[in-house]
Design a protein. Sequence first.
Length: 364
Amino acid sequence: MKINEITKVLEAWAPLTYAEDFDNVGLLVGDNLAECSKALITLDTTEEVVDEAIREGCELIISFHPIIFSGLKKLTGKTYVERAVLKAIKNDIAIYAIHTALDNHKQGVSFQMGLELGLKNQQVLIPKNDILLKLNTYVPHNYVSKVLESLHNAGAGSIGNYDACSFSVDGMGRYTGNDKSTPANGTKGVPTEAKEQQLNLIFQKHQEEAIINALNEAHPYEVVAYEINNINNSNQDVGMGSIGELNHEMKENEFLDYVKKNLNCSNIRHSKFNGNKIQKVALLGGSGSFAIAAAKHQGADAFITADLKYHDFFEAENKILLADVGHYESEQFTNKLIASYLTKKMPNFACILSQEKTNPVNYF
């Protein structure tokens, strides 16, 4: 199996268009046409993880965090990043990072944390903007069903819990073909009118190539007229964080004990107790201070995240319990999530969970 076959499966699940603009996702090191029989899945790509991949005979490391985040101007082995990359290159090991592409998946990192806490009715906390496109095209009446079926099969027209969504308007198309044209209706050189329907369908950015190919294959005209427009609507099924409910209310101290037990946390930094009961819980794996306002707006009783700074805790304002469980701790279940997906989609491909604990933070 080639590496690009594996990454294609990953990107059908967590498209790179889901990733945040600041991020560096996808294949970071290696040849996507290289053969691969085994992959090592890890939260971070450290030198020790590359050594583990060498021992296990893995040609690919699938890492949640990107080892190359900002640009590398030199590869001299001076930093841990350079050493890990150099060792991977020397041993023909490719490195793929999924990071915020999976963070923004509805059932991604934060959702997985919610499962560990037994949350029900989980929804996206901060829906993502700028990933939806709208297709407008014009189709002869007798081809509308064929074109719609082709577009729907390619993924166009899926909105929330509804599939095969479209809108159409009857109209009249006009054109005149030149000497080199082969019109499906009418005669070259003669002005032609044809009854057509304007079709409007919404789809996600990562589906664009497949949608246009489907349109061109099903449409009878040799030159297909269409427009693709960006729309600013939020996608409720894609975005950062998750919010759900516990089966029953808990006191604040009981809730934090419950979190420590289920997330295997040795310490939790938190805002002051206010005597509020906890049932509606927001979560965001990794650094999540930017989502405090969203958690409060959604009416969460508690917000679990990581990397909160001193002044962030003031934002609780006696309205919400803020709990910092640690960056690694909030994302520790990601490896199993990735492995579970790949095993389901490629049952004959070998996925190994890294045994290296890559958490750089220690507690005394």
